[in-house]
Design a protein around this ligand. Structure first.
Ligand SMILES: Nc1nc2c(ncn2[C@@H]2O[C@H](COP(=O)(O)OP(=O)(O)OP(=O)(O)O)[C@@H](O)[C@H]2O)c(=O)[nH]1
Ligand SMILES: [Mg+2]
Length: 453
């Protein structure tokens, strides 16, 4: 697959009217309501020529907007010369069709704008497959009104060839066939990737996650000297990048930059990006990067936690990184966030301030996840030996007759499994070691020697 073609996208070089329906109390902050969708439209290289908001508890089932508002929208289109209506809501296929008929203007909703941006930014084979699949799943129930897409499907996606088959049944068959094919290809790629990520047990791994535009890639560049694309646009990064990060007084860890999240991410996309988040799923520690200067920082934190949960990433204990403190309107904003999220670290990735504190916090957290033990087992106990090779760092080994004693450093979560497998565990000062039933450890973990690495 080549580069997705811009002219095959809907939201590019268009004059847009933004429409949002909000519950009455939210609708009061009119300017803020449109901020994010404006950012999306701008990222998609289109222009905003007008906005229209309706305060309603519930959208109209047939036309989404009320009748009066729909006519107002029509007038606004003639007054501004707009050629695209962008809804910052999710429209059903029939609602979209109805609004197009009344206004004689093309309509897209929030999901479609996001899908369009993803299609333009997808670089790797994997993310291109994922985006195309998400687009087709979105398109399928809307086939009757999206004739423009059909040419792409018949001639091969993105090729722009072919006259376009206009019979709905044939269209559906073509789409279904392509969907099956994409799913098959993705399965292979994803399987390979999961294996690859899961096999990286020789390194401790840390993943950057967070809302789109929070500064994840900037932070990654600042910490590792990488040269990842950074831009004041949404979804600049779609592909996970992994680099070595030399943590002072700890050693090397693998740091991964991941795709950013957004409120109301189209659910097809959430599903297809599961594998892109394989790094985050297998990470020993997550750094949740937040744009602390953003007025909606708290909602963004909640959105990110929700998406992480949806894609099966354990987000119970990340380090929260409050970024862009240089851009915060005043210190009080940061203080409020710090009080709300104790243990968070404030930084400016762009000015590279407080990165030491961040490294320190990461080192401490990673150390507390490890323990040092003496493990004694039979030399013939192949199971324990291979488990140790895979999951622990063996510092020393001593043989006595048919017994071997290893001094190891191992993540706590694996230590428990060793005991279950029947090996004898002792502390470094040779005291018996057992886990208490509720998984708390009987002994406090000795501090890790910072020079050990
Ligand atoms: N003022 C300020 N701007 C920052 C800081 N960190 C990043 N930015 C800016 O924020 C914008 C987004 O930065 P990125 O690093 O691309 O953000 P991201 O989280 O990787 O975004 P996506 O890949 O789109 O999800 C860019 O314009 C950066 O220059 C910071 O500490 N202070
Ligand atoms: Mg990025």
């Amino acid at each position: 697959m080549g580069e997705p073609q811009r002219d095959s996208l809907k939201v590019s070089a268009r004059k847009c009217i933004l429409v949002a329906v909000r519950e009455p109390d939210v609708a009061k902050q009119k300017e803020q309501v449109f901020d994010e969708i404006k950012g999306l439209v701008k990222t998609a290289s289109s222009e905003v020529v007008g906005t229209l908001m309706q305060a309603r508890d519930r959208p109209d089932p047939a036309s989404y907007l009320g009748k009066g508002k729909l006519l107002e929208l029509k007038d606004l289109i003639s007054a501004t010369g707009a050629d695209l209506i962008v809804f910052d809501n999710h429209l059903s296929p029939s609602q979209g069709k109805h609004i197009e008929e009344v206004t004689k203007t093309q309509v897209v909703d929030r999901s479609e704008v996001i899908l369009d941006i993803f299609a333009t930014h997808a670089r790797s084979y994997e993310s291109q497959l994922q985006v195309e699949l998400a687009q087709l799943l979105y398109l399928r129930p809307r086939l009757t009104r999206m004739w423009t897409h059909l040419e792409r499907i018949e001639g091969g996606i993105g090729s722009g060839r072919g006259p376009g088959e206009k019979q709905l049944e044939t269209d559906r068959r073509l789409v279904d066939k392509r969907i099956d094919e994409l799913k098959r290809k993705l399965k292979t790629v994803e399987h390979r990737r999961e294996l690859q990520v899961a096999s990286r047990t020789d390194h401790v791994s840390v993943s950057l996650v967070g809302y789109t535009n929070a500064g994840k890639s900037t932070l990654m560049n600042a910490l590792t000297g990488a040269d990842i694309y950074v831009a004041d646009q949404l979804f600049a990064t779609l592909d996970t990048r992994t680099r070595k990060w030399k943590l002072p007084r700890w050693g090397e860890v693998l740091l991964s930059d991941t795709v950013g999240f957004i409120r109301d991410l189209p659910h097809h996309l959430v599903a297809s990006f599961k594998s892109t988040l394989a790094e985050a799923r297998h990470a020993d520690l997550l750094l949740h990067v937040v744009d602390a200067s953003h007025p909606q920082a708290q909602q963004q934190i909640e959105t990110v936690n929700k998406v992480l949960e949806d894609v099966g990433v354990d987000s119970s204990d990340p380090i929260l990184v409050l970024n862009k403190i240089d851009a915060a309107p005043d210190r009080a904003v940061i203080d409020v966030l710090r009080a709300k999220y104790p243990g968070s670290i404030t930084v400016s990735a762009i000015e590279r301030t407080h990165l030491d504190q961040l490294s320190q916090a990461v080192s401490e957290r990673l150390s507390s996840g490890f323990m040092e033990l003496l493990v004694t087992t039979n030399v013939a106990d192949g199971k324990t030996h291979s488990f140790l090779i895979e999951h622990a760092e063996v510092v020393k080994s001593e043989y006595q007759e048919n017994q071997v004693t290893y001094e190891i450093r191992i993540p706590k979560r694996f230590a428990h499994q060793l005991e279950k497998a029947g090996a004898t565990l002792r502390t470094l000062d040779d005291q018996p070691f057992t886990f208490v039933p509720n998984d708390e450890y009987v002994l406090t973990v000795p501090p890790v020697d910072p020079e050990a690495n």
